[in-house]
Design a protein around this ligand. Sequence first.
Ligand code: LMR
Length: 397
Amino acid sequence: MHFDAIARVPGDPILGLMEAYAKDSNPNKFDLGVGVFKDAQGLTPVPVAVKVAEQRLLDSQASKSYVGGHGDATFGRLICELVLGNESPLLQAQRVGTTQTPGGTGALRLAAEFIKHCLPGRGIWLSDPTWPIHETLFASAGLAVHHYPYVGADNRLNVPAMLTALESAPKGDVVLLHACCHNPTGFDLSQQDWLAVLEVVRRRELLPLIDFAYQGFGDGLEEDAWMVRRFAAELPELLITSSCSKNFGLYRERTGALLVSSKDAQKLLDVRSQLALLARNLWSTPPDHGAAVVAQILGDPALKHLWVEEVDAMRQRIAQLRTGLVEALAPHGLRERFAHIAQQRGMFSYTGLSAEQVTQLRERHSVYLVSTGRANIAGADAARLDALAAAIADVCR
Ligand code: LMR
């Protein structure tokens, strides 16, 4: 038969955890696996601003005809402003354009196809470690994947090693940088570190691809954009992927964008003509609903204000869970060992737990995290941090 030679492959390591967690009948289980925000009730809520925008769309949407290849122009402009700032000179000079994509992953895939087809021979440099889908997505698109050190076996950020590796990258190669809330480690670079990276990128003539999936989850919507805006101000060309999954809570609506900045408006038109063609071959035209919601929110000052408050509340909850967990670990003599959890940013923490300890946590305590020791801190329950800390202490004995 045609399919006889097809082998079964293991499922996605992150999404597989969602299924395993759902099947676990232990009422005291913890879901620290897939990167979704959870509130105090353990739910991943639809933000109120999104609900209001959806109601407006329901009442006013007159057509579901296709949006163009680059998506909705209003969404594109508003995302540019969110990412680069309202006053960005790039917007005024028409040096930046947006292509609406199915989520941040769609934006990454479009960027990968763009590099493969329009910048042939360029390799891509990923942090070690990085989000596992970065590894497979760029390889699937046919790019040569290289790595720069980021967090070592001691579970510490190693910026000098990162800079040394980037120095060795061939001129013209692409370097993927996590703007904030590094996935999977939660360790972010300081502003000073970013300036050092910028210097190497400029000198080695590398092309940055900035993955901006967690805007607002680190230090704030504006604060998290600092490195993106600095790179955009100082470099003539840049690729940026933006995701609305987390900060707008639109996960399943698949809402994101690829932003490209170019040396001038004319060259940008050339680049965008290629992106439209590539997107046509990938998904034809992007899904509309999530982007229409985002455009409603960002285009209405009152609704935007409500949304900013909701993002702030999500960020504050994660920050409190981080410090709360370290406090809860203290009576077990583990405060020092896990102090980094309070310093990391965003949803994720590279805890430093081994694969074996992760297995023990799951088998003995129904605590689910990725085998690399990555925990989604946003999945923890503030009322049960003592139980979580006791489980961690048990596997650390
Ligand atoms: C994660 O890393 O858990 C999230 O980015 C969700 C995903 O798609 O893997």
